[in-house]
Write a protein that binds this ligand. Structure first.
Ligand code: NDP
Length: 256
C-alpha cells in the first residue's frame, strides 16, 4: 500500500521548519493529512502552502494551554480527529550548571516536556474515541544519557522519555502506541545556534566546534532531518502496532 496513512490526521508541533517539517512531509508522503504548528504564523502559512493541500498551519505556542485547546479544535475542524501526534516542538539551550537559572530551566521544561504533556492530553482522548492512535515524542540522545552544560535540556528530554514509557504502559491494552525518537546532532537551526554559542563563548573556530559535535557520532557526521522523519513515519505505520514505549536513537551509533 503506497499511502498506508491515508485518511489519518497527524498534528506535528514545531512542523514549520527543521526536523518537524521533514516529519510533516514524510507523513504527507505516507498519505496522512497534516497540521503543522509553531509560534511563527507567517512561516507556518508558507510551509503549509509549499507542502500542499493536505497540509494546514496553525499558530500554537505549546507553553500556552489555552492556545493548545484552541489549536487542536481548529485542526480537528479542518481535517477531523487527530490520530497521530508528533511532539516535536523544542528548544535547546546550553549553560554551565552555575549559570543555569530558574528562568532557563522553566523555559526548557515548559516547552520540551510540559508542552508534550499538554498536547498528549489534548490528543489521546480523540485517539481512544476513534480506536486508533500514534504518539511520537521527539526526544534526543540527551534523553538517554547526560551531557555536560545541558542539565535543563537533559532533564526535560529524560522526562519526555519517562512520559513516553509510562503512557505507553497505561495505554498498552488500547490501540494507541506511544514512542520516542532520540536524534543525535541533526542539521537544523538548533545546531547552527549551538555552534554560534560555542564560538561566542570560547572564541574557537567554527570548524573546530563542528568537528567536536560530529565526533560524538561514530559515523562522523550530523544526522539529516529526513532520517529522523523516516523513523517517525515507520512508528506511525499500521504494522508498527507492537512497538510501544520505545526510545529509538537516530544517532549513527552514538548510544548502544
Ligand atoms: P528547530 O529550532 O529547527 O525547530 C524547533 C521547532 O520547535 C520550530 O518549528 C519552532 O517553531 C518550534 N517551537 C519552539 N518553541 C515552541 C513553542 N513554545 N511553541 C510551539 N513551537 C515551538 O530545531 P530542530 O528541528 O532541530 O528540533 C526539533 C526537535 O528535535 C526539538 O524537540 C529538539 O530538541 C529535538 N532534537 C534536535 C536535535 C538537533 O541536533 N537538531 C538533536 C536532538 C533532538 P516556531 O519557531 O515557529 O515556534
Amino acid at each position: 500500500m503506497t499511502e498506508p496513512l491515508a485518511g489519518r490526521h497527524a498534528l506535528v508541533t514545531g512542523g514549520g521548519r527543521g526536523i518537524g517539517a521533514a516529519i510533516a512531509r514524510q507523513l504527507l508522503s505516507l498519505g496522512a493529512s497534516v497540521t503543522i504548528t509553531g509560534r511563527d504564523a507567517a512561516r507556518l502559512r508558507a510551509a503549509a502552502a509549499e507542502m500542499g493541500e493536505r497540509a494546514f498551519g496553525i499558530a500554537m505556542d505549546v507553553t500556552d494551554p489555552a492556545a493548545i485547546e484552541a489549536g487542536f479544535a481548529e485542526a480537528a475542524k479542518r481535517f477531523g480527529p487527530i490520530a497521530i501526534l508528533v511532539n516535536n516542538a523544542g528548544i535547546a539551550k546550553a549553560a554551565p550548571f552555575g549559570k543555569t537559572d530558574l528562568t532557563m530551566w522553566d523555559d526548557i521544561l515548559r516547552t520540551d516536556l510540559t508542552g508534550a504533556f499538554l498536547c498528549a492530553k489534548a490528543a489521546v482522548p480523540g485517539m481512544l474515541a476513534v480506536g486508533w492512535g500514534r504518539v511520537v515524542n521527539v526526544a534526543s540522545t540527551a534523553g538517554l544519557t547526560g551531557l555536560a552544560y545541558c542539565t535543563a535540556y537533559c532533564a526535560a528530554k529524560h522526562g519526555l522519555i519517562g512520559l513516553t514509557r509510562a503512557l505507553a504502559r497505561e495505554l498498552a491494552l488500547k490501540p494507541v502506541t506511544v514512542n520516542a525518537v532520540c536524534p543525535g546532532y541533526t542539521e537544523t537551526d538548533i545546531v547552527e545556534t549551538t555552534l554560534d554559542n560555542i564560538v561566542a563563548k570560547t572564541g574557537r573556530p567554527r570548524e573546530d566546534a563542528l568537528a567536536d559535535l560530529v565526533a560524538q557520532n561514530p559515523q562522523k557526521r550530523l544526522i539529516k532531518p529526513q532520517e529522523v522523519a523516516e523513523a517517525v513515519g515507520w512508528l506511525c505505520l499500521p504494522g508498527s502496532a507492537s512497538i510501544t514505549g520505545q526510545s529509538i536513537a537516530v544517532a549513527g551509533g552514538e548510544l548502544m
